[in-house]
Design a binder for this molecule. Structure first.
Ligand SMILES: [Zn+2]
Ligand SMILES: [Zn+2]
Length: 315
């Protein structure tokens, strides 16, 4: 297993050490003839094919092949709904999947427009390859600042969007669910906004995750949970364009990985200590209790681990 975790670390090493060299070479060819404002817009648009790449390379092969090697890492005990013997289960899945695809296309089209408003109002990030190209220590600082700030924003917005109680769809734990509804004393002190859950519950239509859930949001939820933290962090941190690209790849990969349904140990966003886990987000969708993190395990800091994931699913 340790060997497989090394694969995740190697991917992260390539992402951190190799990406800047590749970008320094291709940046003048991609963006040299454009003003920085247009260049940043093109960079945001350039992230969109990454969703397709992840879908084709990471998600679809295990979904389609159904090989035992992949299935050993499946998080949920439930069978995939598209493989169900019951027609109504399959029909319900494909109906939700179709709406997810429409939402995917819509949000991936709208996001560059939101980014453009940011660029016009607050200016663009830097694209110059000759001066101020970040060193590794500067890259580390900018990327970590961006990701930590983003995770803080995402965590608190996500947590505020949830009611304080939830209910598991897993019958094994329903009997202890009542006793554990109120997650922790810290969550009692925190003010939730129940009115936000009527928007966020669209995302929770998926009780068992697959990658299509990653962008399955209502418009209001998409703006507060997805668009706002990314744009706000770009304004506050003002990373160099290559650091913005690297941070965005981390965010997007974690978002897709949260909903993959498989906890692959070679994931580049899960191998290190204090990483949030795919299992935790799967639990979050199924039980609506705690586990609000995506990239970093802030649930361990703020005591919202879903009461020890409902006592480790009642042991
Ligand atoms: Zn949620
Ligand atoms: Zn989710």
């Amino acid at each position: 297993m340790i060997t497989i975790y090394v694969l995740g670390a190697l991917q992260s090493a390539v992402w951190f050490f190799v990406t800047p060299h590749v970008c320094k070479y291709i940046w003048p060819r991609l963006f040299g003839q454009h003003q920085a404002e247009v260049a940043e817009l093109l960079l945001w648009c350039g992230l969109l094919p990454y969703f397709v790449l992840y879908l084709v390379v990471v998600a679809l092969p295990p979904y389609y092949l159904n090989w035992g090697f992949f299935e050993q890492y499946k998080v949920s005990d439930e069978e995939w709904p598209w493989r169900s013997m019951h027609k109504e289960v399959r029909d319900s899945f494909w109906k939700t999947a179709r709406s997810s695809l429409v939402l995917d296309v819509f949000y991936l089209s709208v996001f560059p427009l939101i980014a453009w408003v940011k660029i016009v109002a607050f200016g663009s990030v830097m694209f110059d390859t000759t001066e101020d190209w970040p060193t590794y220590s500067e890259s580390a600082f900018q990327i970590m600042s961006f990701v930590v700030l983003h995770e803080m924003m995402f965590y608190w917005i996500h947590r505020a969007s949830h009611p304080k109680s939830g209910s598991c769809v897993n019958s094994r734990v329903n009997d202890i669910d009542i006793a554990l509804r109120h997650c922790s004393s810290s969550s009692q002190a925190f003010h939730n906004f129940p009115s936000l859950y009527k928007y966020h519950k669209i995302h929770h239509q998926y009780k068992q995750n697959n990658v299509l859930a990653s962008q399955h949001f209502s418009v209001v939820d998409f703006f507060f949970s997805i668009a706002f933290p990314s744009i706000a962090c770009t304004i506050i941190v003002r990373p160099h364009s290559v650091c913005l690209l690297q941070a965005a790849l981390w965010l997007i990969t974690a978002n897709l990985d949260d909903h993959l349904g498989y906890a692959f140990p070679w994931s580049p966003v899960r191998w290190f200590p204090f990483a949030a886990t795919t299992e935790a987000h799967e639990f979050h969708h199924r039980c609506n209790i705690g586990c609000f993190s995506s990239k970093l395990n802030l649930d361990a800091v703020f005591g919202t681990d879903g009461q020890g994931r409902l006592k480790q699913e009642k042991d």
